[in-house]
Write a protein that binds this ligand. Structure first.
Ligand SMILES: [Zn+2]
Ligand SMILES: [Zn+2]
Length: 90
């Protein structure tokens, strides 16, 4: 079980948003991102490449492009781009 204190220091590695626990999975609270990180033996796997990246529109797993910090849906074309500069994305 992941403790609340531990959860508080964790953030989505892609968009830096807070995470919430959903069963055995940590879910990014930033809806357009929504990456899901698996927890194994109480250790979350915080790698975007290993995360489930369901499209918020159609549920298809989106393609992650590390260089662009973007997620692109191969099915409906929905694209999420994390802006590194400036404040948090809306
Ligand atoms: Zn995120
Ligand atoms: Zn989609």
């Amino acid at each position: 079980m992941i403790s609340k204190d531990f959860l508080e220091i964790l953030a989505c590695p892609l968009c830096k948003s807070d995470l919430r626990i959903d069963g055995e999975v940590l879910v990014c609270t930033h809806a357009p991102c929504g990456c899901r990180y698996a927890v194994q033996d109480d250790i979350p796997n915080m790698l975007v490449e290993d995360a489930a990246r369901p499209c918020p529109k159609c549920g298809e797993n989106r393609k992650w492009e590390p260089d662009a910090d973007s997620l692109t849906c191969p099915k409906c074309g929905e694209k999420f781009v994390w802006q590194r500069a400036g404040t948090r994305a809306r």
